[in-house]
Design a protein around this ligand. Structure first.
Ligand code: 6PG
Length: 477
């Protein structure tokens, strides 16, 4: 019998195929399988020379081509397709074998799968993988979660597939059951916020200052240094600079303004609501995509309510610099909110997430990779007890410095009718956060008035109810 494979990948769409190639290029012997054999054959024909592959046309053959304990990475669409593959695999596996789900699974599904498979003696690792097609091939950021013993067994192989930054692999054990997929979900939530902030900065330059896509692209290219240095800013410059060969126009101007989504941003917002964590920037980014997806309604409203026209103001270095500052400050808020969500989820689900480690493995390979994450990593190393990322000295000083420009840009947007939900909601969060006394005292009074929900007082302990509409007396309850 020929030599057995070190690990297997089933599901050979682009991400799966690239991950299998990545593993093979790193010297691993990789079994490959796909529901329709055509993809397996294509992978072997085109890339078989890159490494040591074992192709199988059936699941049975695939499983029997793996060395024990078997390690199978599933790279199929999240949801029902993942369950279908697991159900097909399980009867063929033995106790101690390991299934790794590398898709964008909902963390509660991962928790369920881990529990169910553990009952059958099969170990399950839910692993977030970020970096798109290129990352999967060249080295993604990987966020594994599940049984520690399972991770320890596969870590030497899987870690080799991840990219490294300053000699540190962008791959680390996140925590039990759904921790890895949860961290990936929040990564994607932050990705949504980051992209929405970029889109709002673009819209201001385009709509208020009448700049062309190419001109805005140059601005983004110039921003890709220092604090904003990141993959998303870099590719924004490239996308804006692209000319459509057929028409000679900026390609971005020909792309429909309707954002699609696969669900991870929405899940992040839903989970944050469940946990009671304010993640305004991420949630507004999800809403902005939903609004963009209603072109007929928007066209009708533009007609009925009047569409804004480019203001035709001229932007100088000062105006552009202000938008940059507003983007930077809002970005700090979005990350502070995302990291707070991770912290609360960690406590709620008993995951013991290490926020500094998460920042470390997001520095390379993933979509939100940025110089900024070095600062977050350092921040958690030095100021772990700060009540918010926003209050770590580096970021506190950054927002304080940007604050005036941030306000001015939000005012500019409001005055010109340009929607900036992520800029504005980040600023509102910031303003709400730095109030030691907000207006919720009135909410409590109203709740007590109509529902006897009680309130607490500053000047004495206990819970109280006032008979507001009767004799006005207060009772301790
Ligand atoms: C990544 C990306 C990847 C995918 C997004 C797209 O980290 O590599 O986040 O997972 O491209 O899920 O999400 P939407 O289709 O919802 O924008």
């Amino acid at each position: 019998m020929s030599e057995l494979a070190d690990l297997g990948v089933t599901g050979l769409a682009v991400m799966g195929a690239n991950l299998a190639r990545n593993a093979a290029r790193k010297g691993l012997r990789v079994a490959v399988h796909n529901r329709s054999n055509e993809k397996t054959e294509r992978l072997l024909a085109e890339f078989g020379h890159e490494g040591n592959f074992v192709g199988s046309s059936s699941m049975q053959e695939f499983v029997s081509s793996l060395s024990r304990p078997r390690v199978v990475i599933i790279m199929v669409k999240a949801g029902q397709p993942t369950d279908a593959v697991i159900n097909e695999l399980v009867p063929l596996l033995e106790k101690g074998d390991i299934i790794v789900d590398g898709g964008n699974a909902l963390f509660s599904d991962t928790r369920r799968r881990e529990r169910e498979l553990a009952e059958r003696g099969i170990l399950f690792v839910g692993m977030g993988i970020s970096g798109g097609e290129e990352g999967a091939l060249e080295g993604p950021s990987m966020m594994p979660g599940g049984a520690r013993s399972a991770w320890d067994r596969i870590a030497p192989m899987v870690t080799r597939m991840a990219v490294s930054v300053d000699g540190t692999p962008c791959c680390a054990y996140m925590g039990p059951d759904g921790a890895g997929h949860y961290v990936k979900m929040v990564h994607n939530g932050i990705e949504y916020a980051d992209m929405q902030l970029i889109a709002e900065a673009y819209d201001l330059m385009r709509t208020v200052y009448g700049m062309s896509a190419a001109e805005i692209g140059e601005v983004f290219a110039s921003w890709n240094t220092g604090d904003l240095d990141s993959y998303l800013i870099e590719i924004t410059a490239i996308v804006l600079a692209k000319t459509d060969a057929a028409t000679g126009k900026a390609l971005v101007d020909l792309i429909r303004d309707e954002a699609e989504q696969k669900g991870t941003g929405r899940w992040t917002a839903q989970s944050a609501l469940d946990l009671g964590v304010p993640i305004t920037a991420i949630t507004e980014a999800v809403y902005a995509r939903a609004l963009s997806g209603r072109p007929a309604q928007r066209a009708a409203a533009a007609k009925e309510l009047g569409e804004i026209k480019p203001a035709g103001k001229k932007a100088g270095a000062a105006e552009i610099g202000m938008i940059r500052d507003a983007l930077y400050a809002s970005k700090i808020v979005a990350y502070a909110q995302g990291f707070e969500q991770l912290e609360v989820a960690s406590r709620t689900y008993d995951w013991n997430l290490d926020l500094g480690t998460i920042a470390t493995i997001w520095r390379g390979g993933c979509i939100i990779r940025a110089a900024f994450l070095d600062r977050i990593k350092e921040g958690y190393a030095q100021h772990a007890s700060a009540p918010s990322l926003l209050l770590q000295p580096y970021f506190r000083d950054g927002v304080l410095k940007a604050e005036q420009a941030w306000r001015d840009v939000v005012v500019l947007a409001v005055q010109n009718g340009v929607a900036v939900p992520a800029f504005a909601s980040s600023l509102a969060y910031y303003d709400g956060l730095r109030r030691s006394r907000g207006p919720a005292n009135l909410l409590q009074g109203l709740r007590d008035y109509f529902g006897a929900h009680t309130y607490r007082r500053f000047d004495k302990d206990g819970s109280f109810h006032t008979r507001w509409s009767q004799n006005g007396s207060e009772v301790e309850v």
